[in-house]
Design a protein around this ligand. Sequence first.
Ligand SMILES: C[S@@+](CC[C@H](N)C(=O)[O-])C[C@H]1O[C@@H](n2cnc3c(N)ncnc32)[C@H](O)[C@@H]1O
Length: 179
Amino acid sequence: MIDKLSWNGEGKALDIGTGSGACAVKVAKKFQNSKVTGIDTWGKAWSYSIKVCEKNATTEGVGEQTNFQKASAADLPFDDGEFDAVVSNFVFHEVRDAKDKRDVVREALRVVEKGGAFSFQDLFLSEKIYGEIEDLLKTIRDWGIEEVHFTNTADLVNIPRLLRVPGMLGEIGIIYGKK
Ligand SMILES: C[S@@+](CC[C@H](N)C(=O)[O-])C[C@H]1O[C@@H](n2cnc3c(N)ncnc32)[C@H](O)[C@@H]1O
């Protein structure tokens, strides 16, 4: 997902639903001039917390480059276009405070600066959640997003057959591009 982020690494990045901070840390390590914010609700369903994120970032040597705060993906506490790059890994389908998960995608794109980069991995091939993928991509383009691409994750990595079923990793893909 981070490999698909077409960014020079200058400026600010956001990781939505950062969990244990894994993606935020990876982005910070890959783009050493960047400042990376990770947000999450850190609910009961996962054993992650802001402290875990801070500890992981420090252990990985990017404590100074990163910061973490509690917030929901459904209503990001940031201005339009505040970030040069935005990533999110396997989060949007979980966001309970948004009935229509397309709204979560739109909210993530709202905080990307015009010309900025984004890369989101989620269950985008689940028609139950997002509708038909071509329609989803068209809708995103209709929101005024310049460059929108899609890759089926199964074409990039070897997902074990047992996990390649609907509702699991069989429906996972990456939507990426530039705003
Ligand atoms: C499958 S984990 C992925 C964590 C991380 N992105 C990763 O790749 O390791 C899903 C994460 O989404 C978070 N999450 C669920 N609902 C959320 C919401 N409304 N806003 C932000 N994060 C949320 C959970 O707390 C959890 O950390």
